[in-house]
Design a protein around this ligand. Structure first.
Ligand SMILES: Nc1ncnc2c1ncn2[C@@H]1O[C@H](COP(=O)(O)OP(=O)(O)OP(=O)(O)O)[C@@H](O)[C@H]1O
Ligand SMILES: [Mg+2]
Length: 256
């Protein structure tokens, strides 16, 4: 199975490092650069990307998959059911769509259901130029979606020695997944000013030891903090905001 020509970008990194925040900034970048249409997939069981984008979720893909298991009418294949209902889960916004995967499956066998879900996702992705996947720390959803390739994996780290080591470990762990990764790009987020020299050294060590390339540093941002507190969309951040400028510089270099 293949996802055709769609350019797939995924996030990895331990909890709370900024994967969802950076996904929102990446959506902003792609939309403002007219690199559309974009499908963003929230693959976190505790979905919250929609909140950073100011969007409301009515139904998740997981809920539709569960309905398919029990509610497919006679005379209709499960595949047809999924095909018809998937559109309900696609939230349409300006320049991009959002799909929320929702809670993982309960007990029982979901191999068949997940395989149908992957087929439907594959067909859906053909309508888009970019497919962004915001993961939770573990990357179970990647196998659920049956992604065989990821063009760019952003590995997000906090600004600490152990954080950077963890990012290096995550980069190595992805080798065990059945996913071909084009490039793995390290982003160190919430970096204090001035940049601590020792952090720079840890980053150099991590890049040397792994197949990570260094994307850049993103500053700890008062503007992100304020948006988050006011529960406002990060899409509304001004392009003059330092963190937005820095993030866009990185995206420009690694996303084509
Ligand atoms: N550069 C930044 N400046 C200020 N605050 C930030 C920055 N990046 C992220 N944050 C804040 O840090 C918190 C965690 O960020 P976020 O939710 O993006 O992390 P995550 O990696 O997606 O977490 P999880 O693993 O739980 O999904 C949020 O409150 C977010 O607003
Ligand atoms: Mg998140």
């Amino acid at each position: 199975m293949s996802y055709g020509d769609v350019n797939i970008i995924a996030m990895a990194g331990k909890g709370g490092t900024g994967k969802t925040t950076i996904t929102a900034l990446l959506i902003k970048y792609l939309v403002e650069s007219n690199l559309t249409p974009v499908l963003a997939v929230d693959a976190d069981a505790n979905a919250n990307l929609n909140e950073l984008l100011g969007l409301q979720v009515d139904v998740t893909l997981g809920e539709i998959r569960d309905k398919m298991k029990t509610e497919t009418p006679q005379g209709m294949t499960k595949n047809e059911f999924m095909e018809i209902h998937i559109n309900q889960a696609v939230i349409e916004a300006k320049g991009f769509d959002l799909l929320v995967m929702g809670q993982p499956e309960g007990p029982g066998c979901y191999c068949m259901a997940n395989s149908i879900l992957a087929q439907v996702m594959e067909r859906l992705s053909k309508n888009y130029r970019y497919l962004l996947v915001d993961n939770e720390a573990g990357m179970e959803h990647l196998s659920r979606l049956n992604l065989r390739k990821i063009n760019t994996l952003f590995v997000i780290s906090d600004p600490s020695s152990r954080g950077v080591l963890t990012a290096a470990r995550i980069a190595d762990l992805t080798k065990a997944l059945q996913v071909q990764v084009g490039q793995k790009v390290l982003i160190v987020n919430r970096v204090p000013e001035p940049l601590p020299e020792s952090l720079d050294q840890h980053v150099k060590d991590a890049v040397e030891k792994t197949d990570l390339v260094f994307g850049g540093y993103l500053p700890a941002s008062q503007e992100i903090f304020q948006k988050e507190m006011a529960q406002e969309s990060l899409l509304e951040l001004s392009s003059e905001t330092p963190v937005v400028k820095k993030a866009f510089d990185i995206f420009k270099r690694f996303i084509s």
